[in-house]
Ligand binder design. Structure first.
Ligand code: HAM
Length: 430
């Protein structure tokens, strides 16, 4: 029988690498708390219609990459339903915002999430079919100030702080405005007209997009199309005064805070819900999949899925890509197999196994990390096993148990000492 493997595009994360994942998550939670974000956990699957109406039917995500299935009714009272593994989390958060009437508090809702997302993309370095995002959304009624450009600048400033605290160096913040939905409609017309003469020279996907959703042409990745795309009219020239003012206020606040950015008029992002500010933080060390994170403002999303007016802005960071970046810039992060175990307890003979468990329980309850050997091991085998994982070995034989004086050997110094059981935890903690 063929051996079973993790499905293409999915991975097992193993220790010690998972320690790096946990460290990144802990840093993110700490920074989010300082900016007064609370955690939200939404279901991993949702009604397919949610993504079609928010991310957009024409996007690659919805048209090609979703894991969708028909969930058959199990009782007459149920209807069968089309369900989808979430390809991203913003749609779920906004659905929850509407469902729980979070806007009725009149306050801004600041919500973060950490969790797996699913897209049937072609797997490669930094691109997986199950990947992890750390994201956050700021959403609320306009009366709570949710439309203010200060919110955009604050989110971007928080991201710069978070990347600094994660010790990720050499990132670039790319910034753009895609304007209001009216601006975008106007720009789509301009683009559609500009694409007619060049259509025969662009890729098949872009020829289709040029008719259905010309904006999507701008995020085409086909190498041969790039020069043509660069020569197309810029979205920034189609913005109305209000959108221009909003964007100018965002950049002014970033300048004041000393957060550097690069304007990129082609940054329209691969999801349809964006309005006004869009951004990505890129990193050269990642290769083709160079976006560490992406986000933007989505002032019409709540209404598009049947909710009240609730402008918002948010982002999602690719956790897999943060890990890759840290591993490439700090190679010891990858290897780091910390000798995290304070003591290895070696019972001398199987009759002492239960007593060893009691001793381990005592030490672990005192906050120490302890590895437990087995009385069937010869002493030499215990020493070898202990030396691989622990800083010290504690020998527990019949004499030690009776006298309450334990033998402890420190591997780094080679020194062996006798320690009364009552003082063992304090000694091992040093
Ligand atoms: P996104 O640009 O589709 O935006 O994804 C955000 C980040 O998730 C990307 O920059 C990348 O780091 C990571 N990512 C995406 N796809 C993959 C993949 N196949 N493998 C590994 N990492 C991946 C969103 O998802 C929006 N919901 C962000 C947002 C939140 N906008 C407003 N609020």
């Amino acid at each position: 029988m063929a051996t079973l493997k993790a499905v293409r595009g999915t991975r097992d994360l193993l220790p010690p690498e998972t320690e790096l994942w946990n460290r990144i998550e802990a840093t993110a939670r700490k920074v989010f708390a300082r900016y007064h974000f609370g955690e939200i956990r939404t279901p991993i699957f949702e009604d397919t219609g949610l993504f079609a109406r928010s991310v957009g039917e024409e996007t690659d995500i919805v048209s090609k990459e979703m894991y969708t299935w028909e969930d058959r009714a199990r009782a007459q009272s149920e209807k069968s339903q089309s369900l989808t593994l979430r390809p991203e989390n913003t749609a779920g958060v906004v659905r929850a915002y509407i469902e729980h009437k979070l806007g009725e508090s009149g306050l801004l809702q600041k919500l973060y999430y950490i969790g797996p997302q699913f897209r049937r993309e072609r797997p490669q370095k930094g691109r997986y079919r199950q990947f992890w995002q750390i994201g956050a959304e700021v959403i609320g009624p306009p009366s709570a100030g949710s439309e203010s450009p200060l919110r955009d600048a604050e989110v971007l400033e928080m991201l710069a702080t978070l990347l600094d605290e994660l010790h990720i160096e050499g990132w670039t913040l790319e910034l753009n405005s895609v304007g209001s939905s009216a601006d975008r409609a106007r720009y789509n017309d301009v683009l559609r007209a500009a694409l007619i003469p060049v259509a025969p020279r662009i890729c098949a996907d872009c020829q289709r997009r040029a008719v259905t959703n010309p904006l999507r042409v701008l995020d085409c990745k086909v190498h041969e199309d790039q020069a043509i795309i660069d020569s197309l009219p810029k979205i920034t020239d189609s913005l109305d005064q209000e959108s221009k003012d909003h964007f100018a206020a965002v950049t002014a606040a970033l300048d004041a805070a000393g957060v550097a950015y690069k304007l990129n008029p082609r940054l329209v992002r691969g999801l349809d819900y964006y309005t006004r500010t869009t951004f990505e933080f890129t990193h050269g060390g990642l290769g083709a999949q160079n976006a560490l994170l992406g986000g933007g403002r989505y002032d019409g999303l709540s209404e598009a899925i049947g909710g009240p007016k609730a402008p918002g802005i948010g982002f999602a960071m690719g956790l897999d890509r943060l890990v890759l970046t840290l591993q490439s810039t700090e190679p010891d992060q990858k290897a780091a197999a910390p000798r995290g175990v304070d003591a290895y307890i070696a019972p001398l003979g199987e009759k002492l196994n239960a007593a060893a468990l009691v001793l381990a329980r005592e030490l672990r309850r005192a906050g120490l990390s302890v590895e437990l050997g087995d009385g069937s091991f010869r002493l030499r085998k215990s020493f070898e096993a202990a030396d691989k994982v622990a800083r010290r070995i504690v020998i527990l034989g019949e004499d030690e148990l009776q006298s309450g004086i334990l033998t402890v050997k420190d591997f780094a110094s080679g020194v062996q000492t006798k320690v009364p059981r009552a003082k063992l935890a304090a000694m091992l903690a040093k």
